[in-house]
Design a binder for this molecule. Structure first.
Ligand SMILES: [Zn+2]
Length: 261
């Protein structure tokens, strides 16, 4: 599932490819992905306009148009972007295609169709509507520690609460906890300040490292859990077989030796 590093990678990809070109036509294959706008209205709003810049908040990507509106993309479980020229290169499951005057196309690809596409006149409106907390990489250490105070939930679930901090999901919460040496079911309010600071440092380091690796598991450092989250995976630091448990309705992977319960 695309999390903060994946969406940051999409933002950079879009910025490097699809800006400043007039949009000739919008082709909506899966209208169910559109919220608050019909395919016809989206096509009318975007025809002749250009994508001017992009910003990210948590798992949302906002693309500024040259008419003051913003296209908001959420990538659900399986969404991604692909820019191409030849129609034969259109990826499978292209659900919305932005065809440009220059002959290229930007495809919003989403096999499971759980993503969302919307238009907004201000990203803040949508951020408020979805009650998103600060972007996880914009959170200060002090605010992070304040958010933890008195919280009785488990730390993995807490990291994934988009209304507290936006951008972290199942995969990166596991990595952050592994790098911080904290068990996924630890009660957040019971962590001492040193542990919380360690957790905060791990959060920033993991997200930045993953962005540098273009969110590609094969480009992650050898010390990372992420490429090993499977039944035969072993801890990259000590070789202990990884264990899994259910936390926040998701499967958490962890090293029982480095993350004692
Ligand atoms: Zn270990």
């Amino acid at each position: 599932m695309p999390e903060l590093p994946d969406v940051e990678h999409y933002k950079r990809y879009l910025t490097a490819t699809a800006l400043h070109q007039p949009i000739a036509r919008v082709q909506v294959v899966a209208p169910a992905l559109l919220t608050g706008i019909t395919p016809q209205a989206l096509g009318r709003m975007l025809k002749g306009k250009r994508f001017e810049s992009a910003r990210r908040h948590g798992k949302y990507l906002f693309i500024a148009l040259d008419n003051g509106h913003w296209l908001a993309l959420h990538f659900g479980m399986t969404g991604s972007l692909h820019y191409f020229r030849q129609p034969a290169d259109a990826p499978a499951y292209s659900q919305c295609l932005f065809h440009f005057d220059n002959g290229f196309t930007l495809a919003y690809v989403d096999p499971r169709k759980l993503g969302r596409i919307a238009l907004t006149d201000d990203p803040q409106t949508l951020i408020r509507k979805h009650q998103l907390g600060a972007d996880a990489l914009a959170l200060s250490a002090g605010k992070f520690i304040d958010l933890a105070a008195g919280q009785r939930g488990q730390v993995k679930a807490w990291l994934m609460q988009q209304n507290l901090m936006a951008g972290i999901g199942n995969i990166y919460s596991d990595e952050i906890l592994f790098q911080a040496g904290i068990h996924p079911r630890q009660i957040i309010g019971k962590l001492d300040e040193a542990s919380l600071k360690r957790l905060y440092r791990a959060l920033r380091a993991v997200l930045k490292t993953a962005i540098d690796a273009q969110a590609d598991p094969e480009q992650m450092p050898a010390s990372y859990l992420l490429p090993r989250r499977h039944a035969k995976g072993r801890c990259p630091k000590c070789g202990t077989p990884l264990e899994r448990l259910q936390a926040a309705g998701r499967t958490a992977w962890f090293c029982p030796r480095h993350q004692p319960g």
